[in-house]
Design a protein. Sequence first.
Length: 340
Amino acid sequence: MRVVTFGEIMLRLSPPGSERLLQSPALSATFGGAEANVAVSLAHWGFESVYVSRVPPHALGDAAIRALRAEGVQTAAILRGGTRLGIYFAENGAGQRPSTVVYDRTYSAISEIEPGAIDWGQVLDGAAWFHVSGVTAALGAGPANAVAAALAVARGAGIRTSLDLNYRRKLWSESQAQATLRPVMKNVNVVFANEEDLQTSLGFHVGGIDVRTGRVDPAAYRDVISRVCELGPELVAITLRESISASDNGWTAVLGGTQLNEVLQGPRYDVRVVDRIGAGDAFAAGMIYALLTGREPLDAIRFAVAAGALKHTVPGDFNRVSVEEVDRLARGDGSGRVQR
């Protein structure tokens, strides 16, 4: 099946291990970005994964495209233009010191994309799913218009759509996010979020949740899921992270919607964090994969939560795990024993 994602791929620069930024002169150079991470997972899992973006016509843009192709992602729909590839510096936290991200993406190629630059009818032809995130809409008027246009074309063509709210306070304000994202919800089938995203991006507060303890009462999400669905979506998948420290997290999620009689909760994992960046994208990819392959909703939330849990163990943005590994964990084998 053909799945299309749209977003910004960035150069990621990180110090070794858990060093502070520029503690030593070495920085590891890789690539990543919310929708690119989803595209890579789906390519690894056997889908025809198409990534749409705009990168500059120079060596960094070439390298970003090569990185995607190396993971099996189709890149023919990526536009070339502009002068800058977005960059972000990611410092891995440890213990009580949190991870931090510094963005250097102002005036990036995709932020300057012009209306009508992408022929969405052509790009989405034959697609089964289209995925995008709030990060892309936050990059400026051009990307926000492209997100709205893509969702409208996809929904009009009967293509299933998903939006990961992915609020980034370093990119825009809550009022800007709500003004941009609430109107496009009518063209979204599945929403991915955490409890903070629902507040910041849509203005919906989740009551009765204690993220410090990680205790989840699925019933507490029923009201907010119903309110989100009133905007148009059919399913809402909400991740919950218990941040015990930067090194140890609790991880689970719930799923609800108009087609479900109850709010379903996935398994809860105690994860030892190697790299938490991209875990939400791995969760989204897991849900898309499970729904497109016809899995029942309970199996879908189990698969998605397991995919996100495994991403915490993989350095870099991309989730380099197989369907078999995700299914093994979803079935309850989380021992970490050597597979011989």
